[in-house]
Write a protein that binds this ligand. Structure first.
Ligand SMILES: NC(=O)c1ccc[n+]([C@@H]2O[C@H](COP(=O)([O-])OP(=O)(O)OC[C@H]3O[C@@H](n4cnc5c(N)ncnc54)[C@H](OP(=O)(O)O)[C@@H]3O)[C@@H](O)[C@H]2O)c1
Length: 278
């Protein structure tokens, strides 16, 4: 099974990627290799995950040609000054064993660094060939708008928390307005959605699992990519096997109706402007 592609500002991004946060060492390398063997062509990592070397090892172990897999990494919010940024991106490439990633993201905004400086560092990473595409992560709508206006290179992706318990319509509308793809992290609500009775009922109707229904809900929304994490070979394959059924409009709306005010699962451990809007 292969994922559909999401086109955004010149990039073609496989709509399902493997999330790798909390996967480490051999378990991480194995998960990446299993994912590629199952048909994944998109892997998400970050300098902060301290697993880039294992991600690189897993890709090499799969034997897949480098240009067949879309690899995203991220620069941590403490490294957004020009020199720190370049150092971080180069160190990521070294650990991955690659000369270039497909997508480099600012992992979280940092109001102590002028936005223009971090965007300049991001664009510079693209111009110098460290990455094919650039984007951001955890940028609320207002900040994304400023970033799009100030960036001299198109922003391909905004990666944010999104799952049926969390309404993200504002930032998603902003992404649509700028042609920026929206990548859903924690797409399964860290697994919690798989216990949800409504999702279980829809899964039964299609002979699918709850996780497959939730991932299908993501990729059926325009411009949307999802990066579920699993370290389990069977669940890794299961999470990609979602391109052979279609949820009805009513099912999509009912699933979206699970959103609740306390639905957010990820909050930064540091003070951040725009926190109310992420
Ligand atoms: N940009 C950011 O700031 C940011 C923040 C958080 C996450 N992320 C990215 O997003 C990725 C995904 O987010 P996440 O890992 O927090 O949460 P998630 O993908 O929503 O959920 C992962 C959890 O669901 C379980 N799971 C996976 N597939 C399943 C299935 N088919 N059935 C039942 N349970 C299943 C996993 O367990 P098993 O491993 O045991 O299968 C794991 O406990 C991360 O790995 C990372 O790459 C980015």
């Amino acid at each position: 099974m292969k994922a559909d592609l999401v086109e955004a500002n010149g990039a073609n991004i496989p709509a399902i990627g493997l999330g790798t946060w909390r996967l480490q060492d051999q378990a991480c390398a194995d998960a990446v290799q299993w994912a590629i063997e199952a048909g994944y062509r998109h892997i998400d990592t970050a300098a902060r995950y301290e697993n880039e070397a294992a991600v690189g090892a897993g890709i090499r172990a799969s034997g897949l040609a480098r240009d067949e897999v879309f690899i995203t990494t991220k620069v941590w919010h403490s490294d957004l000054r020009l020199d720190d940024f370049r150092r971080s991106a180069e160190a990521s490439l070294k650990r991955l064993g690659l000369s270039q990633v497909d997508l480099l993201l600012i992992h979280w905004p940092n109001s102590d660094v002028p936005l223009a400086e971090s965007l300049n560092a991001l664009a510079e990473a693209k111009r110098s060939g460290l990455t094919r595409h650039i984007g951001v992560s955890n940028f609320p709508a207002r900040l994304l708008e400023q970033a799009v206006q100030q960036s001299c290179e198109p922003l391909t992706v905004n990666q944010c928390e999104y799952h049926p318990y969390l309404d993200q319509s504002r930032v998603r509308a902003a992404c649509r307005a700028y042609g920026t793809a929206f990548t859903s992290y924690c797409p399964l609500g860290r697994g919690e959605l798989t216990q949800e009775p409504l999702i279980e009922a829809i899964a039964g109707k299609y002979g699918k699992t709850p996780a497959q229904v939730v991932l299908r809900w993501h990729v059926q929304q325009p411009g949307t990519v999802a990066i579920p994490k699993s370290g389990n070979r069977q669940r890794i394959a299961e999470n990609l096997n979602i391109f052979d059924f279609v949820l009805s409009g009513e099912e999509m709306r009912n699933i979206s109706g699970l959103a609740r005010p306390d639905g957010r699962m990820v909050r930064p451990a540091w003070d951040m402007d725009f926190e109310d809007e992420i």
